[in-house]
Design a protein around this ligand. Structure first.
Ligand code: SF4
Length: 304
């Protein structure tokens, strides 16, 4: 029997980005359309956009983003800012070029950026809890004068810090964010710290739903891009609750009754396991995983 998480799949921010880009593509068949990098972290959606002719600047050129925009994007082109946002300097270059810019930055990401701007104006150093090379991190911290990307209290152990503003990437684990922020507040003193938990609502409800799911089933498939932060965290939440977790990227060819190819929790490499199938399976999917992808996996398992 398959049991689905009560909340999973596309969030409003991702749905909006995908809808907007599909609309721009259909309305502008004659124009060159650039995307800074992946629109969202889902291989199926990014493949679709590439097939339809969108140019992914990060794959088109090895140059740093801002330089690549300056070199290749012209006033006649369309430039799409992904749901993760874009750096301040790249945005300034786009304004200078004067091309049509379609901004799909999620409102929750904009809220983080606005907080960083506010804390920075007040003279605070930003401590950003997130993944260092994630595009959302790179976009957000570009608005700070001084910042450190952190993962634990140890990251600031040898730093002399006065006033700090604490913000988090939207797709982190809220419990972990709170723990690290509490530790920093204790170390530096409440008066020196401004904090806001910026984990987005969509991430939180999906984490709560998979936690609940793990109470009912012992094997859980988590479907979503391997580079999707929110999907990886869903896998972590389920594993922390004791479930046997298989994070799969949504390609139905990678799953048969006999074996499954997946990315183990905490690993960056795929692995294959035999005899994985069991009668009761829980399913959830990341905020950037289209429902069709999840439905195809469910259909396949139902036919085992
Ligand atoms: S996961 Fe959250 S921050 Fe990311 S696009 Fe969805 S709603 Fe926005």
């Amino acid at each position: 029997m398959i049991k689905k998480a009560e909340k999973m799949g596309f969030c409003a921010g991702v749905q909006n980005a995908v809808d907007l880009v599909r609309k721009i593509l259909s309305e502008n068949p004659e124009k060159r359309i650039f995307l800074s990098d992946e629109l969202i972290h889902n291989p199926i959606i990014n493949h679709e956009l590439k097939q339809k002719g969108i140019i992914f600047l990060s794959q088109y050129s090895n140059m740093p983003e801002q330089a690549a925009i300056e070199k290749y994007v012209t006033p006649k082109d369309i430039f799409i800012i992904p749901a993760f946002g874009i750096s301040k300097s790249s945005r300034q270059v786009l304004e200078k070029i004067g091309c049509e810019t379609i901004d799909t930055t999620c409102p929750s990401v904009k809220a983080v950026i606005n907080k960083i701007i506010e804390f920075t104006k007040q003279g605070y150093t930003i401590l950003y809890y997130g993944k260092p090379k994630h595009p959302e991190t790179e976009a957000a911290v570009s608005y700070a004068d001084n910042y450190i990307v952190i993962h634990s209290l140890e990251d600031i152990a040898d730093k002399k810090l006065d006033k700090v503003g604490l913000v988090a990437q939207t797709t982190m684990l809220r419990s972990k964010v709170n723990k690290v922020f509490d530790e920093i507040e204790t170390k530096l003193g409440k008066d020196n710290v401004k904090r806001i938990n910026t984990v987005c609502g969509a991430t939180q409800v999906r984490q709560d739903a998979v936690e609940k799911l793990a109470q009912d089933v012992k094997t859980i498939l988590v479907i979503g891009g391997y580079n999707s932060s929110n999907t990886k965290n869903l896998a972590k939440v389920a594993a922390n609750k004791g479930a046997k977790v298989y994070h799969i990227d949504g390609n139905p060819d990678k799953i048969t009754k006999e074996k499954i190819t997946f990315q183990p929790v905490g690993s960056d490499k795929e692995s294959t396991e035999e005899n994985w199938y069991t009668a009761d399976i829980g399913i959830t999917s990341g905020a950037s995983t289209p429902d069709e992808v999840t439905e195809k996996i469910i259909e396949k398992i139902n036919n085992f």
